[in-house]
Design a protein around this ligand. Sequence first.
Ligand SMILES: Nc1ncnc2c1ncn2[C@@H]1O[C@H](COP(=O)(O)OP(=O)(O)OP(=O)(O)O)[C@@H](O)[C@H]1O
Ligand SMILES: [Mg+2]
Length: 360
Amino acid sequence: MSFFSNKSEGVMGIDISSTGIKLVELSRTRTGYQLASMASVALPRDAIVENTIIDSAAVSEALAEAVRLARPSTKNAAMAVAGNAVIIKTISMPMISEFELEAQIEYEADQYVPYDIDDVFLDFHIQGMTADDPDKMDVVLVACKREVVEDYQLVLSDAGLNAKCIDCAVFALENAAEITDEHTAPTGDQYALPDEDAEVNALVNIGANMMNINVLIDGRMAFVRDQFYGGGNLTEEIQKAHNISYQAAEQLKIEQADQIDPDALEMFYVGLTSELVRSLDFYSASRADFPVRKLYLSGGCALLPNIATELEQRLGIDTAVLNPFNHIDIPPRKFDTAQLEQSGPMMMVPVGLALRNFDT
Ligand SMILES: Nc1ncnc2c1ncn2[C@@H]1O[C@H](COP(=O)(O)OP(=O)(O)OP(=O)(O)O)[C@@H](O)[C@H]1O
Ligand SMILES: [Mg+2]
């Protein structure tokens, strides 16, 4: 699902996030995927705030720098939107064809989207039968403010790139999770209903400012949410506890995590846990019969030592960290494999975007 896409030419994935640009290009091998090119370029701290591009020149420059470093084989990008500008809703509708739905979607969306329908890009995806009504189907409706998409398109085109596919971060996360063994893709009949031993996984991507959550029942999206909480909150706690600059706190966190003031870490985990509980409560309000069995972490914050154990103990849910690079062939002559594998969890969203290249 994406707002628009033109798959006639290849695409690379470009994740434009608050701390930086991540570019990933994949190629297909006989058995799976290979990393073709990649780069990460940091952004100045206030270039993107709450998913709004503030300093577009800085973002374009970083994009151009990422392209210079990675030397991808294409200028076409798949990118993602997230946060408040994006509305993702599952609605129940009478069974109609995709063609009929296409004609009706604007009317349907108008009831659920709090913005003027002319001001948003719309997309939809027929997900399957509605759980308690076999005459109806669940349709995932996605809307994103036009101006937000256009801002992203503009910085890409200023860097000489084309936005070929606009995705949502939570869907990119799901796409990337599908290539890891831990998580199964939806199989079989798209109208089948899950039974009581369904696999219920929560994908949780924790970045600097926000976390993207996607709960899947048997590999099918059941709940998504973007929340503003992330590694930046820990950096701020460290800054206060150690009385140092944001920059120094960031460095301490990444390079000497064992030196972090335990109280700062505790404050961060308390906050993170309560944000997660809030989302999981929202989810279970509608799907109490399918409790989350396993949490899969990713994003830069997942690199924090022991985060899986901490969350497992605090939430009482089995937790693991996802690393897409354990499932992608990385040619050692071209890349620093050890370093990439170590930072892999941070690359889930760009990898998921890069996988759009192989959509049929
Ligand atoms: N080794 C590490 N240990 C702990 N935290 C880390 C490590 N490496 C990066 N981080 C933190 O991860 C965060 C960046 O993660 P990520 O790249 O996923 O975020 P982002 O996509 O730029 O941000 P967002 O999506 O929130 O806008 C930062 O807060 C950074 O400090
Ligand atoms: Mg991010």
